[in-house]
Design a protein around this ligand. Structure first.
Ligand code: HAM
Length: 496
């Protein structure tokens, strides 16, 4: 049997639905912050990453998937998204657009030949955003706040934002000198790679996986002590904006990031939920003002962030976050003979076009098997087709929860299902636990929200269609609770 490659994942079933949901929240958040979706190639010229990320980094020196293509070109599967975005910004002359800064986001697979372990894959998916063309500290704060808000919109609570500054070139040089002076007496105690790094790129010693945790590394000089006045002032401004935006953070002088292109602000967001394990950084980013010119583009100030999708999904699971994952169907259509099957094919199509989630039988099960299958699919209603009913233009409909059965005219089936599935007491999953927040969820409603959106961020429903004043789709999937919006007759979106 051919198996998947080490460090790769098949994502399917419920997990795939979670991924789609997370992606939808990311899209909604990016839209609010006015970031435009962007796709760049999965493979690029090897040189892009060597020059961009840095020869001395682990990513480039040990982890890239490199190959020579049939035309003899040196190609690398992208290990991250930033270098490709900057390449595209230069190649497509986006810097010439008066509409600066350019704000883009992406979501795609990246490849790193790492030792696979929990939270560390060889094929990984990152979403991320980049702001190109502004050095305003407000953009640093915006990127951090966007990252935090995505996690909050998803319902993650146990996160911690660590920020630091590497300073401008002058500060970085002073820091580099301090590191060389500090590490030189310990050279023989460092791993072989770090001995080379000491000469080439001493900053990378700080994120060495072999020497990690050693006292030598712990006691090394901190970037923040080597910031010149301008860099200090800039960092203070970033912190002020974060305070204004009410984004909680901690200054952590140990954050240096593992890629060479950073200067000034760097940050990482950790999952603090129990059971996460050591690879608990959900995402990281920072400012990279030198990268564009290093890649032969104009001097362009940039900042960005990227986050591992797999780690985010894991955090959602560990925090037990309720998500609006649809794992049931509105109607299962049962049949026995060929004539009924043809009608089932017609009816399935009709009802799907009318907006219902409809399933039928595809594997030749008998009636008993079809009832079981309807249960497996969590069908809310079952239509039992039989030739006699069809001749009378009727159908038996069974509520699969109460087991009550109705015989109704096929002419009114759509109205019947609409009424049964969408009206009456709301089961939408509003949950006082995190509702009644009185927050403007951005969906046009100024009522207290009962929709299940978690407090303190904007609603992601993006839907004008909901009839309820609660402001959005249900986010919890809980059965049996009542809606708190106090409105009668609104449509529930929970698919209960
Ligand atoms: P990075 O820290 O290398 O930064 O990666 C960002 C995030 O991707 C990590 O925090 C982690 O969640 C996830 N990640 C990285 N490697 C793996 C892996 N092997 N398996 C699973 N997840 C992983 C960057 O990539 C920068 N491009 C971020 C950035 C954007 N800086 C500025 N703009």
């Amino acid at each position: 049997m051919i198996q998947k490659q080490k460090g790769c994942n098949d994502i399917y079933g419920r997990e795939a639905k979670v991924w789609k949901y997370v992606e939808s929240v990311i899209d909604a958040a990016m839209e609010k912050y006015n970031y435009t979706y962007m796709r760049t190639p999965i493979f690029e010229a090897t040189e892009l990453f060597h020059r961009g990320i840095g020869e001395g980094t682990d990513i480039v020196s040990k982890e890239t998937y490199d190959f020579v293509d049939r035309g003899g070109r040196n190609i690398t599967l992208r290990p991250e998204g930033t270098a490709g975005v900057v390449r595209s910004y230069i190649e497509n002359k986006m810097y010439g657009d008066p509409n600066q800064p350019v704000k883009v986001y992406y979501n795609g697979t990246m490849y790193r030949y790492e030792r696979p372990q929990s939270g560390r894959d060889r094929e990984l998916t990152q979403f991320g955003m980049e702001v190109l063309g502004s050095d305003d500290p407000l953009t640093d704060a915006e990127v951090i706040s966007l990252a935090v808000n995505i996690y909050k919109m998803l319902g993650l609570k146990e996160i911690k934002v660590n920020i630091n500054s590497l300073g401008d070139n002058e500060s970085r040089k002073a820091y580099r000198d301090a590191l060389v002076e500090y590490f030189t007496p310990y050279i023989n105690e460092l791993c072989e790679d770090c001995q080379v790094r000491l000469e080439k790129n001493p900053l990378r010693i700080l994120d060495c996986k072999v020497d990690a945790g050693s006292d030598i590394l712990k006691n090394a000089p901190k970037t923040i002590d080597y910031l010149n006045d301008a860099s200090k002032k800039r960092f203070d401004e970033v912190k002020d904006y974060l305070d204004i935006m009410q984004i909680k953070y901690e200054v952590n002088p140990n954050i240096v990031r593992g890629l060479d292109y950073y200067n000034h602000t760097v940050f990482e967001i950790e999952a603090k939920v129990e059971g996460f394990g050591s690879n608990n950084v959900l995402g990281g980013g920072g400012r990279y003002n030198g990268l564009c010119s290093q890649l032969d583009g104009p001097e362009t100030a940039c900042i960005g962030f990227a986050s591992g999708m797999g780690r985010v999904v894991k955090a959602l699971e560990l925090e037990n976050v309720k998500m609006p994952i649809v794992d049931d169907v509105d109607l299962f259509i049962m049949y026995v003979n060929e004539e009924e099957k043809k009608y089932a094919a017609y009816l399935t199509q009709e009802l799907r076009m009318a907006g219902f989630i409809v399933e039928t039988e595809y594997t030749g099960r008998g009636l008993k098997g079809q009832f079981k299958q309807a249960d497996r699919l969590n069908a809310k209603y079952i239509a039992i087709l039989n030739s006699e009913d069809l001749n009378n233009n009727e159908v038996h409909i069974k509520n699969n929860k109460t087991k009550e059965e109705d015989v109704i005219s096929l002419d009114v089936l759509i109205y019947y299902l609409d009424e049964q599935l969408n009206t009456g007491d709301c089961d939408c999953g509003c949950d006082d636990e995190y509702c009644d927040c009185g927050h403007d969820h951005g969906c046009g409603c100024d009522e207290s929200c009962d929709c299940g959106c978690q407090e303190g961020y904007e609603c992601t429903c993006g839907d004008d269609e909901h009839d309820c004043d609660c402001g959005g789709d249900c986010h919890c999937n809980e059965e049996g609770h009542e809606c708190h919006c106090g409105e009668d007759g609104h449509k529930c979106h929970c698919h209960e």
